[in-house]
Design a protein around this ligand. Structure first.
Ligand code: PMP
Length: 435
């Protein structure tokens, strides 16, 4: 690959023209040009291992050859690309594959709704439907939950900085304590149950509870299977709908296709996006129990609900799920990550680190303010793309494409360790020198 020497700030066009709202390009300040599998290249030809995977939109890697082939064939044959919610062959094939490969083997009978291209579109549709179906206004969300930036989803999102961007009161949502929010010894489900049972609690009966089984943006907090089961039982007892937002943790990120499978729960509504589009293409789904399908025709619509390239890519991506092999491989790689991260935390007690997560959605929560960001920035210099999560950006997040090789995984984890070492050494020298 040819090497170009930058003569001005690499991001000058973006700095001048693009809104201040941009964020990831500040953490990864280069211009990217090319990507394949788990590798991304910048304009200088420098290669990076991708531990970010488009925030979970690239579970099958960049430019997955099998998916790319299908897309190229489809385009070359002048296949329909845009169709609102008209019936197309691409959509028919996707629905059929989704039923055969995902729903049927799991004994799930969800109706499939196409709510619009993004994760927050799926969440908005879920919240709207829950309110319509129950006739209740209130939604219960959870501390450190993240559900998107449009007003309905934002109202259910915990992050204060993001909420402050709303400009209007974010209402009709009550935040409840997630699993372990009050420490390991306090069962937050007892508190939730009490709120619902006590006529004096001041809390109205909600339409739904919405949760992530592993909180992606909120700091990789994992809900235990027993907590999820208790939440499901509470919902059933009080006739509250359970919405699982599987936008980030779904599509195999934690091992199984749906993140809630291992807990043995069946949500009433499921939100899917990010990697359902297979190739990083905008596409999302809202799955609903058939009895909840009370929409009037056209009551919830939108121009970009028929991204047929997304359907083509998704149908091909689903082929990974024809047997258990892919899921098993994710779990194996997840164990490898867990081993490395646990070792890292032990080797460097100065991190005050805690390993969190599941499958290929893991991270280390760092107990020193600002250090996680410094380490990720150092890792980027060394050729590893990694983001932080959590309300104080305190969690270093390991989220590579699920297709990454073990060799590349180890290489990335070694870069992470070198970066930790380097930052702690610098920190030590700075403190010693009184800087
Ligand atoms: N829900 C979850 C769990 C997410 O992680 C995200 C995105 N990070 C969203 C919803 C919103 O998705 P989008 O950015 O596509 O609107």
């Amino acid at each position: 690959m040819k090497t170009i020497v930058e003569t001005r700030s690499p991001l000058s066009v973006f700095d001048q023209m693009e809104s201040e709202v941009r964020s990831y390009c500040r953490s990864f300040p280069v211009v990217f040009t090319k990507a394949s599998g788990h590798t991304v290249w910048d304009r200088q030809g420098k290669a990076y291992i991708d531990f970010f995977a488009g925030a979970g939109a690239l579970n099958y890697g960049h430019n997955s050859p099998a998916i790319k082939k299908k897309l190229i064939e489809y385009l070359q044959n002048d296949g329909i690309t845009h169709s609102l919610d008209m019936a197309t062959e691409a959509k028919e094939a996707l629905l059929t594959q989704f039923h055969e490969i995902i729903l049927k083997p799991r004994g799930l009978s969800y109706k499939v709704m196409f709510p619009g291209p993004t994760g927050t579109n799926s969440v908005e549709a879920a919240l709207k439907l829950a309110r319509k179906a129950t006739g209740r206004e209130m939604i219960m969300s959870f501390t450190n939950g993240f559900h998107g930036m449009t007003l309905g989803s934002l109202a259910a999102t915990g992050n204060r900085m993001k909420r402050n961007g709303a400009g209007v009161p974010l209402s009709h949502v009550i935040a409840l304590p997630f699993d372990n929010y009050m420490g390991k010894d306090i069962k937050t489900t007892d508190y939730i149950e009490r709120l619902l049972e006590d006529d004096g609690s001041g809390v109205p009966l909600p339409a739904a509870m919405i949760l992530e089984t592993v909180q992606g943006e909120g700091g990789i907090h994992v809900a235990s299977a027993s907590w999820l089961k208790q939440i499901e039982a509470i919902c059933q007892k009080h006739d509250i709908l359970l919405i699982v937002d599987d936008v980030q943790a779904g599509c195999g990120r934690t091992g199984p296709f749906f993140s809630f499978e291992e807990a043995g729960i069946t949500p009433d509504i499921v939100c899917l996006s990010k990697s359902i589009g297979g190739f990083g293409l905008p596409f999302s789904l809202t799955l609903l129990r058939p009895e909840l399908d009370i929409w009037l025709p056209g009551e919830h619509n939108g121009t970009f609900r028929g991204n047929n390239l997304g359907f083509i890519a998704a149908a091909e991506a689903l082929q990974y799920w024809k047997d258990h092999g892919f899921s098993e491989a994710v779990k194996e790689k997840g164990d490898l990550v867990q081993g490395h991260l646990s070792q890292l935390v032990q080797t460097y007690p100065d991190l005050s680190g805690e390993v969190r997560g599941k499958g290929l959605m893991q991270g280390i929560a760092i107990g020193v303010d600002g250090l996680a960001e410094k380490i990720c920035s150092q890792a980027f210099e060394r050729g590893l793309i990694m983001e932080t999560s959590g309300p104080k950006s305190e969690v270093m997040k390991v989220m590579p494409p699920l297709t990454i090789t073990k060799e590349a995984l180890r290489k990335g984890l070694n870069i992470l360790e070198e970066s930790v070492n380097d930052c702690l050494e610098r920190d030590f020298l700075n403190r010693r020198d009184g800087k």
